[in-house]
Design a protein around this ligand. Structure first.
Ligand code: FES
Length: 236
């Protein structure tokens, strides 16, 4: 048996050789494995729990013998008696490396595990998106009544949707002419209304009826957590 057995952690796959007698927690720290510890190895927090595996591991090129870790010690026995340790688990700060070993770090022992902190609740939400899609039929240009494409789009929005006070930026103006013609004077526009304002701004335009959907992203930027919620603005 080597005096520097191989220690392989899963699911990270990190591995390294350590002197016989090295605590599993120490090996994990040296390799940068995400293994928790709150009590600093005093055997009282149980955050360092690991699940050693025994047998042949052709994938890793090792065979793990039954005595690859030190024997269950008094600290682990006391913890198991008082709080209970799941079968097959060891305390990483107590168990030491004696031979080649494969050690799984369960999700609850990982510092950076994902935690769903908030319970789901059934809360009615009233749809009132700031951006919505509107389909309009725009009049074709007429030699006898000269008017611009944007002018006719505005009056179509007014006549068909009672939407007035519409503006648009230069990028929209650039695509207006080809899109109107491609849609044979039928287009869908995305209209945005800023909170507390009457003015509507056209954000985008598509030929014909746009069926690609419209989505919004709500971002909650907290002190420790960033949560993002992708929402279909057409039906919530
Ligand atoms: S680090 Fe706290 S019990 Fe092992």
């Amino acid at each position: 048996m080597s005096d520097h057995p191989l220690v392989i952690f899963t699911p990270s796959g990190k591995r390294g050789r350590f002197p016989v007698g090295t605590p599993v927690l120490t090996a994990a720290r040296k390799l940068g494995v995400d293994l928790d510890s709150v009590c600093g190895g005093r055997g009282i927090c149980s955050k360092c729990q690991v699940a050693p595996s025994y047998g042949d591991f052709p994938k890793h090129g090792v065979t793990v013998r039954e005595d690859a870790l030190s024997e269950w010690n008094a600290v682990e026995a006391r913890y198991d008696r008082v709080r209970g340790l799941k079968k097959g688990r060891r305390l990483g700060c107590q168990a030491t490396v004696q031979g080649d070993i494969v050690i799984d770090v369960p999700a609850e022992s990982q510092v950076h595990r994902q935690v769903v902190r908030k319970a789901a609740s059934d809360r009615p939400i009233v749809m009132d998106p700031a951006t919505r899609l509107v389909f309009v039929e725009v009049e074709e240009p007429d030699m006898h009544e000269p008017s611009g494409d944007f002018e006719r789009l505005r009056s179509a929005l007014k006549d068909q949707w009672q939407i007035e006070n519409v503006t648009a930026g230069l990028p929209l103006m650039r695509k207006l002419q080809p899109v109107l013609r491609k849609g044979k004077w039928q287009v869908t526009v995305a209209l945005h209304q800023a909170q507390g304002s009457d003015a509507m701004r056209i954000l985008d335009i598509w030929p014909g009826l746009h069926e690609g959907g419209i989505y919004g992203l709500a971002i909650d930027l907290g002190s420790t957590t960033i949560a993002a919620h992708l929402c279909d603005l057409s039906d919530g």
